[in-house]
Design a protein. Structure first.
Length: 210
């Protein structure tokens, strides 16, 4: 007796057998190479982030620790999680408890943290999107999704004008998480509900000279 699973897998095998033996070239003639001055890029990125209801905190690199401490204090975060590779100097002014994340910590237990601080890989000014790629200073995906507060540090030099320019800086083999504001969705009456699929609050510290 043939099961539904057998039928589906059989159709997949038939389709693969009929597929062209050689790879098909994908046209990539979309617009690339766009640039914007630093001040324009910062203003556009900030505008998009605020529109998505993220909290934006621009600062110079030498004030990273002070601004992070202020942001965490503002949100009442006393116990935070950080990826193993985060620059420890960034938290020099924070007087709360810091838990370094590791693969051995069960993801559900991250919900006991007041927030998380991570770096970022690249961002897109045009869409207000931040890309995390699982690097040591960004950590695993669960770390940035489970706690209710995500404080993300973005260097202005890593902010590209558009999506093609941002994607070109990513490593395809790395796990990529795209963040456009705090987690939000709408219920059946189109009422906005935040924090369903990720952090309820996103605070972005933009280091304008880094």
């Amino acid at each position: 007796m043939t099961t539904a699973r057998d039928t589906v897998l059989g159709r997949v095998r038939d389709a693969l057998a009929l597929a062209p033996a050689t790879a098909t070239a994908i046209p990539r003639d979309y617009r690339t190479g766009r640039t914007l001055p630093d001040d324009v890029r910062l203003a556009l990125f900030t505008d998009r982030l605020v529109d998505y209801k993220a909290r934006v905190h621009p600062c110079t690199a030498d004030r990273t620790a002070d601004v992070l401490a202020e942001v965490l204090r503002e949100h009442g975060a006393h116990r935070i999680g950080v990826p193993a590779g985060l620059d420890a100097r960034w938290l020099a002014a924070f007087d709360g408890e810091v838990q370094q994340d590791s693969a051995g910590i069960p993801a559900p237990s991250l919900d006991t943290l007041d927030g998380v601080v991570t770096a970022s890989a690249v961002s897109c000014a045009e869409t207000g999107t931040i890309f995390l790629d699982g690097s040591p200073d960004q950590g695993r995906r669960a770390l940035s999704l489970v706690p209710d507060l995500h404080v993300c540090v973005v260097d202005l030099s890593s902010v590209e004008a558009g999506v093609p320019e941002a994607v070109a800086r990513l490593v395809p083999e790395r796990p990529t998480t795209l963040i456009s504001g705090p987690s939000a969705t709408s219920d059946i009456e189109l009422e906005r509900v935040e924090g369903v699929h990720g952090p309820r609050t996103l605070a972005v510290v933009i280091r304008t000279d880094a």
